[in-house]
Design a protein around this ligand. Structure first.
Ligand code: ATP
Length: 308
């Protein structure tokens, strides 16, 4: 039965190309409120990723042309570095991810976003999105087998590759506990997966896609300790060797991030690693103190629970 994945993948290819933009949008549902039209320039070249270095250079952005969502944001994600975005609700975290995925283009005078020195407005959206893997808070799964849902990350993925990705995403043991293993149907008409399991499926899918750049929107919901550990391990395997930007709620992500950007009202108000920010005793340290005194240790720093 496992041999079915290859042909299934191929059969789905046409469907997939036709629906690619729709599915990309779906994948980003938790990042996105409304899809917008961004057009490639005439004869735009493809993005060429060597190191996967990301740079935001004095980025200003407003959804309504009046109130700024980002107000002069500059930072760099060096090759392979993990950057965690923290800040209260509405501070601009998702806007940073949406702009990097090019749901909106920056206008004249609104700054630049560069990947390996190339302005993302100048390259094709397709090549940009091929280079970026997205793990949303609440991943969308197809009403199909769990193997298909993982294999979707790579055209023609073999059952061995699918299983390796599932193992790396800490999902293999769970999958083989299902009645039909990798052929078990998931989604509305099949086995219902928990939020943590869906996120691990999305991680496995992204491992197969193997993009140099990652955007992660961590779930805010509290998870039990063993699920938390599994997700932590899966995320570690995923971010290794890739440049990543995470909307971070988990202590593990925040503590191990190479750089934490603390956002407030569309500005970066503090940046540094965990130790530096605690020593600085500013906004991050007070957010942290709030969380530590919070009754619910499973979620560490959540934008939703940070006091204004
Ligand atoms: P949360 O933690 O709640 O997801 P966030 O830090 O990700 O918040 P953003 O979603 O980036 O914040 O929002 C930044 C600002 O832009 C907020 O003032 C928000 O109200 C505004 N905003 C976000 N999306 C839209 C939109 N589609 N249309 C209009 N304004 C928006």
């Amino acid at each position: 039965l496992a041999q079915l994945y290859g042909p299934l993948n191929q059969l789905s290819y046409i469907y997939r190309s036709v629906n690619q933009s729709l599915v990309d949008t779906e994948k980003l549902l938790s990042l996105l409120n409304e899809p917008t039209e961004v057009n490639d320039k005439e004869n735009a070249p493809d993005l060429i990723v060597n190191d996967g270095e990301i740079e935001f250079d004095d980025v200003h952005f407003s959804y309504d042309g009046r109130s700024p969502a980002l107000d002069g944001v500059s930072f760099k994600v060096p090759k392979g570095a993990s950057v965690a975005l923290v800040g209260e609700s509405g501070s601009g975290k998702s806007t940073i991810l949406r702009l990097l995925y090019r749901f909106y283009d920056l206008g004249e005078g609104q700054g630049r976003i560069l990947i390996d020195g190339q302005d993302i407005r100048d390259v094709t959206q397709k090549s940009l999105r091929q280079a970026i893997g997205v793990v949303p808070q609440d991943p969308v799964l197809f009403n199909s087998s769990i193997g298909y849902n993982i294999g979707y990350g790579k055209f023609g993925a073999t059952p061995e590759e699918i299983e390796a990705a599932a193992r790396s995403a800490q999902m293999h043991e769970r999958i083989i506990s299902f009645p039909d293993g990798y052929n078990t149907k998931v989604g509305e008409r099949g086995v219902r997966l928990s939020g943590g399991e869906k996120q691990r499926v999305a991680i496995a899918r992204t491992l197969l896609k193997n993009p140099p750049i990652l955007l992660l929107d961590e779930a805010t919901s509290a998870l039990d300790t063993s699920t938390e550990k599994d997700i932590q391990k899966a995320l570690q395997n995923l971010v290794k060797g890739r440049s990543s930007l995470s909307i971070a709620h988990r202590l593990s992500t925040i503590a191990s991030a190479d750089l934490i950007l603390v956002l407030k009202d569309g500005h970066i108000v503090e940046q540094g690693n965990f130790k530096e920010l605690i020593q600085r005793d500013g906004l991050f340290a007070s957010m942290w103190a709030d969380q530590v005194s919070n009754d619910d240790p499973a979620v560490s720093i959540s934008g939703q629970s940070i006091k204004k």
